[in-house]
Design a protein. Structure first.
Length: 452
């Protein structure tokens, strides 16, 4: 038995290199640990497109069923479909074999409990880590092995999505779609079958080797091919997903890639107009555009820490209707407080169909008013000392907020959030300002202080 890599047990999921860290033996034991911690009667299990997925999927099911848990296999899915299955059918939990947007040599797990509540470091992942060594030596063999069944959830999921939008009102349009070799290109084509929306597909053939590199549109260098196709074809807009499709990103029809922040504001305002008075969660990285959009539309903006577990917790606590996170996750109360990559895509189609406007029409006023740096990472040796130095330097700020490490704000001139990584000695900087010049000036000033 090889030593267990504790680093693979993250704050939000489990990820490691296959097969040295994540392998059948370890995944089997994780399934057993999940069963021991949560005692579900029935769980759903799926996997993404990675080549190691089927092997690990089988091992996970064996670990669960040996522990007496019934398993419903839902096969190759996007992560949102696992959340849907747990919430919609009322299963006792769900697991999907995925390493999200990590490179092809990685794999891992995302997990939820009953009601699609996330399993995080604090609510189970670290406890699993501590159980694994014992379970590797002495697996659980329940007297009544769990039963395995299969379920095709696609049609139920499609019908559920169409409770949020009306495909009969979709207008003819063309969308460039980059699936980053995951399954979402296939699913999007099936969801939109019979509508007047035409998809121009890019990297849509599922391929778990990810031949063009890390399947993550959040990384700027991964956007060039997507943007070039849009510029060449001039569609109505473009959408790109990461490999397991729980995040999505948009570009206008002229190829302007939109930071998720701007899409958050666009969708928040459009949704609140139809649901006045509802609460909208926003994270502390960028705030002004969302606060303004939600307030203008008659909603209530509510602040949260960064990260899906904190956001889902804040949504449940506040009965919030929607949250768009700056990392490209979109959460909906009526989607079991979970993140979904397909639903925001459909909402954009609905918004453009209803309004007769382009995505650029909605984005341009935001691009001209709210200037952001994008998230910038810096490797530092002493995170706490650096944060203390930044706080002292800007002690005269209009507002200093420590909801999520350190946010400083100077009225509506400029603001910044500096957060530490959960897993690495990194500080993440996001700067927002009333002009591009001021944003660049404060970005460089803060980077010099952080890296100096």
């Amino acid at each position: 038995m090889s030593p267990i890599s504790e680093e693979m047990f993250k704050a939000y999921d489990i990820r490691g290199v296959y097969p040295t860290e994540v392998n059948s033996e370890v995944i089997y034991a994780i399934g057993q640990a999940y069963a021991q911690l949560f005692s579900p009667r029935t769980v759903v299990v799926g996997h993404d497109v990675r080549t190691s997925g089927p092997e690990l999927y089988h091992a996970l099911i064996e670990g669960l069923t040996d522990a007496g848990v019934d398993v419903v296999r839902i096969g190759g899915i996007s992560t949102e479909m696992m959340y849907f299955a747990v919430g919609y059918y009322g299963y006792g939990g769900g697991l999907t074999v995925t390493a999200s947007h990590n490179p092809a040599e990685y794999n891992g797990l995302k997990m939820v409990k009953k009601h699609a509540e996330p399993v995080t470091g604090e609510t189970g992942i670290f406890a699993m880590r501590d159980l694994i060594p014992k379970l590797l030596k002495q697996p659980v063999r329940h007297s009544a092995k769990g039963v395995v069944s299969d379920e095709d959830i696609f049609q139920d999921h499609r019908s559920f999505l169409f409770k949020f939008v009306d495909p009969r009102k979709f207008q003819p349009m063309t969308v460039v779609v980059n699936a980053n070799f995951g399954l979402q290109g296939k699913f999007a084509s099936q969801v939109l079958a019979g509508t007047p929306v035409r998809l121009s597909l890019l990297n849509s053939e599922p391929d778990g080797t990810f031949p063009k590199g890390r399947p993550d549109p959040f990384v700027p260098e991964n956007r060039d091919e997507f943007v070039a196709k849009i510029v060449a074809e001039r569609p109505d807009f473009g959408v790109a997903w990461d490999a397991d499709a729980d995040r999505c990103f948009f570009a206008t029809g002229d190829g302007t890639f939109l930071e998720a922040y701007y899409m958050n504001a666009i969708l928040a305002q459009a949704l609140i107009v139809k649901h006045p008075g509802e609460k909208i969660i926003y994270d502390v990285r960028y705030t002004w555009a969302i606060i303004d959009a939600v307030t203008k539309a008659g909603g209530q903006p509510v602040k949260s820490r960064v990260g899906h577990s904190y956001i889902k917790q804040a949504m449940r606590k506040n009965n919030a209707f929607f949250c768009g996170e700056s990392s490209g996750h979109y959460y909906f109360r009526d989607y079991f407080y979970s993140d979904t990559g397909m639903l925001p895509f459909l909402f954009v189609i609905q918004l453009l169909s209803d309004s007769g406007k382009s995505l650029a029409d909605f984005a341009q006023p935001l691009l001209e008013k709210y200037f952001v740096s994008g998230e910038i990472n810096s490797k530092v040796n002493d995170v706490e000392n650096v944060l203390a130095r930044v706080k002292e330097q800007y002690r005269n700020a209009t507002a200093i907020d420590e909801t999520d490490r350190l946010s400083i704000e100077y009225g509506r001139d400029w603001r910044a959030n500096i957060r530490s990584s959960n897993t690495e000695p990194l500080l993440r900087l996001n700067v927002e300002a009333a002009s591009e010049r001021l944003m660049e000036e404060k970005r460089d000033e803060l980077l010099a202080l952080i890296r100096g």
